[in-house]
Design a protein around this ligand. Structure first.
Ligand code: BV8
Ligand code: ZN
Length: 238
C-alpha cells in the first residue's frame, strides 16, 4: 500500500494544482467487478484483442464480436461506479480546470457524475452504422438479430468504440493532448500504459502521479507512484 508520506505529497500537489488532468484505464473499474484487459482473469484472457476488437474481426464474424460486446454490456449493466470513480467527481468539483480522459468504454464515470469526460476509445453504450452517419446511444443488452441492421440504410450497426488499427476520434484526442499539456498534474489511474497513442499522454505531462496495484512501464518515470487499489487511494487524495 502507498506510504503515508507519498500520499501526503500527492494530496498537497493536487490541492495546489490550478489545472488537473486524469487518465483512467480498466483498473479503475476493476473494483466494480469489471474484468481488466491484461490482468489475471482479464477480458483478454478468454479472447485475444486481435481476435475481436478489430475491424477485420467484425468483417469476418460480426455476430461473435457483437456477442462479446453484449456480454460486456451486461457485466457493466449489473455493476456500478466505485469509490474511485466517485473520488474523481469530488476532485472535479474542487478544481475549476479539470479534465477526465478515459480509455474505458464502460460509462461508469458518467454514472458516477463526472461532467467533463474525454472518451478516447469510444463508448460501449453507443452504436453506429458501418456505412452511413447513423449513430445512437444504445442501452440494448440483446438484439432480435445480430448484427443489428441500421434503421436508416439496413447495413450493420457496430459498437461505437475504437478498435485496434483505427484512429482515435480526432477532436477528442486533440482536446486530451491540450488538457495534458496544460495541466499542472496528470493523475494516471489503473492503466497498464501499453496501448497507444493513449499511453503517449503520460510522457506529455509536467508532473505525473500514478495509481496502480502494480508497477507499470511508466512507474519508474513518474514523479509519484502510489501502489494500491484506486478505490482506496483516490478517496485518500481528495
Ligand atoms: C491506432 C476499445 C493507427 C476496444 C481499445 C506496437 C507498438 C505500439 C503500438 C502498436 C503496436 N502494434 C499496434 C499498435 C497500435 C495499437 C496498440 O497500441 N497496440 C498495443 C496493444 C501494443 N493501437 C491502436 O491500434 C490504436 N489505433 O494506432 O491507429 C491509426 C492512426 C491514424 C489513422 C488510422 C490508424 C487504437 C487503440 C485503441 C484500441 N481500443 N479499446 C475494446 O475495448 O473492445 S484498447 C483497450 O485497452 C481498452 O480501451 C483499454 O482501456 C485499453 C488499455 O488497457 P488498460 O485500460 O490499461 O487496461 P489493462 O487491463 O491493460 O490494465 C489495467 C491496469 O489496471 C493494470 O495496470 C492493473 O495493474 C491495474 N489495476 C487492476 N486493478 C486495479 C488497478 N489499478 C488500480 N486499482 C485497481 N483496483
Ligand atoms: Zn446506415
Amino acid at each position: 500500500m502507498a506510504g503515508e508520506c507519498e500520499l501526503t505529497v500527492a494530496r498537497e500537489r493536487l490541492s495546489e494544482a490550478a489545472s488537473i488532468a486524469v487518465l483512467t484505464g480498466a483498473g479503475i473499474s476493476a473494483e466494480s467487478g469489471i474484468p481488466t484487459f491484461r490482468g489475471a482473469g482479464g477480458l483478454w484472457k478468454n479472447y485475444r484483442p486481435e481476435d475481436l476488437a478489430t475491424p477485420e474481426a467484425f468483417a469476418r464474424d460480426s455476430r461473435t464480436v457483437w456477442e462479446w460486446y453484449l456480454w460486456r454490456r451486461s457485466l457493466i449493466d449489473a455493476s456500478g461506479p466505485n469509490a474511485g470513480h466517485r473520488a474523481l467527481v469530488t476532485m472535479e468539483q474542487q478544481h475549476a480546470r479539470f479534465t477526465l480522459i478515459t480509455q474505458n468504454l464502460d460509462g461508469l464515470h458518467d454514472r458516477a457524475g463526472s461532467r467533463r469526460i474525454l472518451k478516447v476509445h469510444g463508448d460501449i453504450w453507443q452504436s453506429r452504422c458501418v456505412a452511413c452517419s447513423y449513430q445512437r446511444k444504445d442501452r440494448a443488452l440483446e438484439y432480435p438479430e445480430l448484427p443489428p441492421p441500421c434503421p436508416e440504410c439496413g447495413e450493420p450497426l457496430r459498437p461505437g468504440v475504437v478498435w485496434f488499427g483505427e484512429a482515435l476520434p480526432r477532436i477528442v484526442w486533440a482536446e486530451a493532448e491540450r488538457a495534458v499539456s496544460q495541466a499542472d498534474v496528470l493523475l494516471v489511474v489503473g492503466t497498464s500504459a501499453q496501448v497507444y497513442p493513449a499511453a503517449c499522454l503520460i510522457g506529455m505531462a509536467r508532473f505525473v502521479i500514478e495509481v496502480n496495484v502494480e508497477a507499470t512501464p511508466v512507474s519508474s518515470r513518474v514523479a509519484i507512484a502510489l501502489q494500491g487499489p484506486s478505490g482506496e487511494i483516490l478517496p485518500a487524495l481528495v
